[in-house]
Write a protein that binds this ligand. Sequence first.
Ligand SMILES: Nc1ncnc2c1ncn2[C@@H]1O[C@H](COP(=O)(O)OP(=O)(O)OP(=O)(O)O)[C@@H](O)[C@H]1O
Ligand SMILES: [Mg+2]
Length: 352
Amino acid sequence: MPLGKRKHSTGEICQPVISVPEVEGHAMATAEHIKSLIRSHCDNDRERFFAIALQVAAHEAKQGHAAAAHDIRDLVDKARATPRKVIPFNREFSDLILAATPSFRIADIVLADEKRQRIDRVIREYRKQDKLRKHGLSNRRKILLAGPPGTGKTMTASVLAGELKLPLYTILMDKLVTKFMGETSAKLRQIFDIIRAQRGVYLFDEFDAIGAERGRGNDVGEMRRVLNTFLQLIEQDDSDGLIVAATNNAAILDQALFRRFDDILYYGLPSPDEVQSLIANRLGNFKPKQISSRELTKASKGLSHAEIGQACDDAIKSAILADSKSVTATSLKNMLQERRSAYGQTNSTLRA
Ligand SMILES: Nc1ncnc2c1ncn2[C@@H]1O[C@H](COP(=O)(O)OP(=O)(O)OP(=O)(O)O)[C@@H](O)[C@H]1O
Ligand SMILES: [Mg+2]
């Protein structure tokens, strides 16, 4: 796409995006500001709308209208803090796409610094997409998350939605494939039409249901067509939302998929530092008075973030039922051990 030009949600190519002039010497918002506000409203472009409103506030402040500038900034802050409305789907899609308005923030998720920075970059680029657009660039918005169960892939999509005040739409890929065998490609096209029409974070969960290598032996012609359709659709997509695909099994994904994503994040079991943070966050005031970090690391070996979280909840429940204000180190270690046994992660359990 040529520099400065982009497709709008209606599909037609619009004029190059104008940069809003900072007009001097007028007491009121200029006609240019108002025209830009109307355009961004029609394009359903909230971030751009807010950016222009803040320019009007700055303009008012320069004119000495401090109260008006303050009111406008206040309105923008309040509007930014309000999540977009979730639009319900018709019956055909309501059991294929789950809608939610998550309130997770980036501080809620425990991650290695490098991964946190990359998620932060997605958020920053989304917020500053207007600035990037002026240079003919677009924000990174197609993200692939790969890693074992319970390590924070779905939670990452929720954090993106929570931080950007966007609805989270989860597309249940396994259901899509089994329910619409024979017409999966057509359904996928309709889903990409929805993505174009309604801004949000779209999570293609269990992505391997369609993303498996095209050449694999168990591959039927239908699945090859579905994957080809997906590759085409994601490549063509220039909507304003974020597209996140999550898989437990990156190794079987078709190589052609990788270059369609702007960013690929690999998740893994928590490091010892992550185990400490996870337990401290989850237990809060219930944290045991004394517990060695070495013991915790040992007791959590092989457990995912989700399993450690569940063990913490189990220990809190047990403390509450015992009328205690904090979890004991022994109870926490036992709960972690129980999780390891439950998931067959200790040799003794496997042997039993
Ligand atoms: N990195 C993390 N930081 C904090 N909590 C986490 C993290 N990962 C997982 N959890 C906890 O575990 C729950 C389940 O995690 P999540 O659904 O993100 O896993 P997932 O990687 O999507 O797993 P699956 O592959 O099974 O879909 C979260 O709601 C959260 O409570
Ligand atoms: Mg998940």
